[in-house]
Design a protein around this ligand. Sequence first.
Ligand code: KG4
Ligand code: ZN
Length: 336
Amino acid sequence: MLILAIETSCDETSIAILKDGKEVLSNIVSSQIEIHKEFGGVVPELASRHHIKNISAIMEEALETAKISMEEIDYIAVTYAPGLIGALLVGISFAKGLAYSYKKPLIPVHHIKGHIYSNFIENKIQLPAITLVVSGGHTNIVYIDENHKFTNLGGTLDDAIGESYDKVARVLGLGYPGGPVVDKLSKEGNPKAIQFKEANVGEYDFSFSGLKTAVINFVNNKRMKEEEINIPDLTASFQEAAVNVLVKKAIKAAVEKKCKTILIAGGVAANSELRKRLFEAGKEKEIEVFYPKMEFCTDNAAMIAAAAYYKLKYSEESIFADLNLNGKATLSIEED
Ligand code: KG4
Ligand code: ZN
């Protein structure tokens, strides 16, 4: 079965072709990081414009790389939410146009489910499993049963983990996105240099806004006193507090729900300390920890195709419910 998937929810335009839910025939990702960098974050209007500009060329490249023609594709999948509405709209409109003109069924995919299923691309996953969703916009603990039914056990009450990494990097003038640079710098720092307190919230909930504020206050205090800041020590201490609570709650959920598998999903799954610590903690409890290959951690369409594959296999509801074409899809794009 061949699925062509489209992802445009934020600042990556991506199209992938996946065979039988596992084999990535192509996964073309065009990142806009360089464009948004100078603004310190994603500018929604610019993101939409760049998706429009790039999507057709990316589509051609995805087909060429996979050596597949549109006629051979069985399903078209597209991220429908969550994300920047203008950015999503580009992908959805493009997908609808393709589905309509080539008469292919369209599968709407939730972006976070895509991140979760990125783990299934190259691994054999034993269910039930606990997934730790850690992205720029989400931090959740999700239980997946043997029939791929999802239950959200808890999530952040304020900032997402990726967002906290980005904000800490911003206050220290380290650029955007903050996660990779904080990860790198922390390797040279002492994680015990500053003790940041854990937020007191529900058993599977998180709160990172207090931690972020504590870091900002620490920086402002030092600057006011004109004292030097040891940046690697500060980022390592921030990371220690953040990773500690993520690992502790993911392991607790797996033990309580009797899961032998933990999956990490989302952009922050690229974090080296989180990977290492969760792997070690899992080993102690005989829990197998999976994380996606680096290229499948940040936004990409291969993960959307994988989620679509499992949606087709396991979903009882109509897969076309959210974006019903019924042969009536209308689309008009005016070019200037
Ligand atoms: O999943 P993603 O690509 O986009 C969303 O769907 O939100 O995640 C992006 C987030 C950003 O906040 C970025 O700083 C963070 O993932 N990130 C990292 C690392 N690489 C990316 N955070 C910590 N350590 C990393 N190595
Ligand atoms: Zn994402």
